[in-house]
Design a protein around this ligand. Structure first.
Ligand SMILES: N[C@@H](CCC(=O)N[C@@H](CS)C(=O)NCC(=O)O)C(=O)O
Length: 204
């Protein structure tokens, strides 16, 4: 397998999962800082021009959550085996993609990426992110009242999806002070050796 990669949150979901699953994968760097995601060769693999992209033989797959589902189905590990379990995993992945990632992106892009790229931060986007996050983070905090991991007693690929996003939200200055269960959960996720091993940007 090959993974088109930059050490930012969406590709980190996949590198974290690959480490947890103990799968070998060639890493193909795509430097977002240099705009390599817009090179014609890369757009031929992913017309959306974003990482991660997984290539497994003839199969090319972009979108981090689709890749996690593929790895779960392919290996039968860290992934539910029942219809209800699949639906539960998809529910939390859709919730992350649709409701947590957009405000997380508003904060991360304007508080972290803008500084690295040397472009002005969009203060309206920061305010929008800060306003939207408490509601959705509160839902995860409530869910964790009686779940050790997102799907229950066992660590899963859904936790591989949540960790980089919750991590970048915190690095972008959002406080988890009012969300103690989420803070404990995030610490547990970040204490895993697979998370410690994956590529990260300095300080993130
Ligand atoms: N829904 C996609 C989003 C992928 C995405 O936004 N990736 C970012 C890096 S974390 C990217 O490639 N950004 C490049 C750009 O926007 O030009 C996924 O989950 O894979």
């Amino acid at each position: 397998m090959k993974l088109y990669h930059f050490p930012s949150p969406n590709p980190q979901k996949v590198t974290f999962a690959l480490r947890e699953l103990g799968l070998e994968c060639e890493i193909v760097p795509v430097d977002l800082g240099k705009g390599e995601q817009r090179n014609p060769e890369f757009l031929a693999i992913n017309p959306f021009g974003r990482v991660p992209v997984l290539v497994d033989g003839e199969f090319k797959l972009w979108d981090s959550h689709a890749i996690l589902a593929y790895l779960g189905e392919k290996t039968g590990r860290l992934w539910p085996s029942t219809a209800a379990g699949h639906a539960d995993a998809l529910r939390w992945l859709f919730f992350l993609a649709q409701h947590i990632s957009p405000p997380a992106g508003d904060l991360a892009f304007n508080r972290i990426a803008a500084r690295i790229l040397g472009i002005p931060a969009d203060e309206d986007a920061i305010a929008r992110g800060e306003k939207a996050l408490p509601g959705v983070i509160g839902i995860i905090d409530g869910h964790l009242t009686d779940h050790k991991w997102m799907l229950g007693n066992d660590f899963s690929l859904v936790d591989c999806a949540y960790t980089p996003v919750l991590n970048i939200i915190e690095k972008a200055g959002f406080s988890y002070q009012d969300f103690p269960r989420l803070r404990t959960y995030l610490d547990l996720c970040r204490a895993r050796s697979a998370w410690k091993d994956i590529p990260k940007l300095p300080g993130l």
